[in-house]
Write a protein that binds this ligand. Sequence first.
Ligand code: ATP
Length: 548
Amino acid sequence: MDKPTDQSRMDKIVSLAKRRGFIFQSSEIYGGLNGFWDYGPLGVSLKRNLKDAWWHDMVAGHDELATPPGAPQPYEMAGLDCTIIMHPQVWKCSGHFDLFHDWMIDCRESKKRYRFDHLHGRWASHRGKKLFVVTDQSGDDALPHTVTRALKGFGVRASKVEEIEWLSGLESLATTVHAQTVTLADALGPDAGEPGTLTQPREFNLMFETRIGAVAGDDDDRAFLRPETAQGIFMNFKNVVDTSRVKVPFGIGQIGKSFRNEITPRNFTFRSREFEQMEIEFFCKPSESADWYRYWRDRRWRWYLSLGLTEGKLQLREHHPEELSHYSVGTADIEYAFPFLAPGEFGELEGIAHRGDFDLRSHMEGKLVRQDGQLVVEQGPDGKPRHRGSGKDLSYFDEISRERFVPHVIEPSAGADRAVLAFLCDAYHEDEVPDEDGKPRSRTVLKLHPRLAPLKVAVLPLVKKDGMPEIAIDLYRKLKVHMPAYYDEKGSVGRRYARQDEAGTPWCLTIDGRTLTDGTVTLRDRDSLTQDRVAVAEVVDMLRDRLR
Ligand code: ATP
């Protein structure tokens, strides 16, 4: 199969991430664990800077007295940090317990596992033998893949490909199996040599299960690792309203770990089993919720641009009505053209969903389902609620309009790891710079926004003598009070610049012979490569200003 055109670029990014200590595979010395990733010394700072930028821009730095551009009115923001394990009833009422699963199918021969809804196939025949040839590829890759698979399945040489007759177009395996037009005995799996190796589809809940307490006992001890941080916010909606004087409209933000037992973790950190989310639940009056939905969608889009993500690689995609969750009035995804995707394809960074009153009502009344266009409590076979809500009143009394209502919710839900990956991919550049002798030298550089860069500045004495290290160390210590700074005196200055370029450090300060006579240093800019002379006495304030 042809790889997507930018796979080699992705391979280089993954290799840089490992080589420079951004991201390592978890438990690597034991062979690694699929879907789990660790952040190394540079990676942890990059990720923390990203989360801090989000927390500052969305929560802590929010000015509740001003009306931000595009917002219907001023609003308040509060923060929370909730537990990963919550009462199991949370997931029953939220719908995750019943609905948060995928169907999967195994191949007995290749030992591979596939999402049932990701498999497609078409009927082929060769000398009276018929096969349903299945592929796990999508888009333009799917049809050519069925051709290679059919050659293998029928044992035909590529030069004889025209002997194979195609009897149908590509169809979903799930649909054809349900309609009984295909049986798994006739299906040739995407990696199998002969038909009939695919198992019956099995349901697979994406929530990780655990037990509470020392003795693993009956079902009542079963608990789940949260698959999203949002539910902790709904659990505390009333606590925040009662204790912090916030008034609707207001938002609650939270950053934290989430866990999903993804069937096919892949594409580096993009689809992991343990990851971090940055979520806001924004509570507003039902009549104003459409305006707030548009505000958050556009605000979140601008946030990625403000941190330097290339606009041409970002896409804001409004979901079609048939794609929307049963409770949603509108949903948009902010997507990025990751290099591991085929040209024209985008991967989700963040979803902004208008969730109506679904969440708060579910936790009041019980798990909801849509019936005849209305959300109603789902009944069990005994006519009682299938999953009973808390019975607590989560409505809100608006003192100005004297109305009581269940607030509507707008949810901008972002993944910290996917955002880090997008910023890493976007920042990765290869170009040429003149070396010390003026000859062109190729370099790898991460053009990270200074707010995100793990190190802001490196201080480099040109040589290890003549008092240069002393001046450099003194400057390094002054800088370090205000920003992550790095001192490096090892190797040629060109090598030291190259190390900082790969780490994404925006500025380097070089202490040289002139420093000793006129008290200036060279300030080198990572992206423009300009080298300016700046007074040592002014450089700390200057860089602080730039970071602001
Ligand atoms: P996908 O369709 O890619 O599985 P999703 O629609 O299930 O994503 P949401 O439930 O909307 O994702 O979660 C909000 C955000 O959390 C996503 O936009 C993404 O950034 C992040 N996220 C979700 N699942 C994962 C994962 N397995 N690994 C890393 N980040 C994830």
